[in-house]
Design a binder for this molecule. Structure first.
Ligand SMILES: CC(C)(COP(=O)(O)OP(=O)(O)OC[C@H]1O[C@@H](n2cnc3c(N)ncnc32)[C@H](O)[C@@H]1OP(=O)(O)O)[C@@H](O)C(=O)NCCC(=O)NCCS
Length: 176
């Protein structure tokens, strides 16, 4: 499918929310649920690291980074003694546009942007049942690491998640 990628704009946000709920909570995807006001959402993301895949005016999917360490704080050092900045990554594709390479294109782009923005480590929390997302992340050099004990609440139940991590050094994925 023919699509392009650009930064998320305010006008995209309604579609972004809908795609989020379609991915996280498919039974209630048509509800009037909303994430949080746009200005709060965008403020909580890594500046410049929020993207959509689109065709015409339709948002097909999106990806974004949320900082896990203070932007100016060194939370560790890598082998070259550089400071480590950490962000959590999320990628979502509208159900009817899945399996057409959009998730892959978004993940590739958000990894590039993370490196440009000085982020060393990306983390993703994924339900063990979400084999699609696990496969996608593995393809881009994410590795399963020891859980930090975090869980997500879904359908009123707390569920364990798999923690996957990618360091900027692991550029071992193949460009398509
Ligand atoms: C995970 C998700 C983003 C993948 O998006 P997508 O556009 O369908 O993915 P792509 O078409 O780019 O596929 C990329 C790779 O993912 C894997 N993949 C995609 N769909 C798959 C499936 N149904 N089964 C197994 N692997 C799959 C494959 O490795 C695939 O590469 P390949 O086509 O070369 O085999 C999408 O399924 C989604 O939005 N899911 C719901 C939300 C979600 O779980 N987000 C992740 C939260 S961390």
């Amino acid at each position: 499918m023919d699509f392009k990628i650009r930064k998320i704009k305010f006008e995209d946000y309604e579609q972004v929310e809908k795609i989020y709920f379609e991915g996280e909570n498919p039974e209630n995807a048509d509800s009037e649920a909303f994430l949080m006001p746009w200005d709060v959402w965008i403020r909580e993301r890594v500046p410049g690291c929020t993207i959509v895949a689109f065709k015409d005016n339709v948002v097909l999917g999106w990806a974004a980074l949320t900082p896990l360490s203070n932007k100016n704080a060194a939370v560790g050092v890598n082998d070259d003694d550089q400071e480590v900045r950490v962000a959590e990554e999320g990628v979502y594709v509208a159900e009817k546009y899945r399996r057409q390479g959009i998730g892959q294109a978004l993940l590739k782009k958000i990894i590039e942007l993370s490196k440009k923005n000085g982020i060393w480590t990306l983390k993703a929390r994924i339900l063990p049942t979400n084999t699609t997302s696990i496969a996608l992340h593995k393809k881009f050099g994410f590795k399963e690491v020891d859980s930090d004990g975090s869980r997500v609440k879904m359908d009123e139940q707390w569920k364990d998640v798999i923690l996957m991590e990618r360091n900027a050094k692991n550029d071992d994925f193949q460009d398509r």
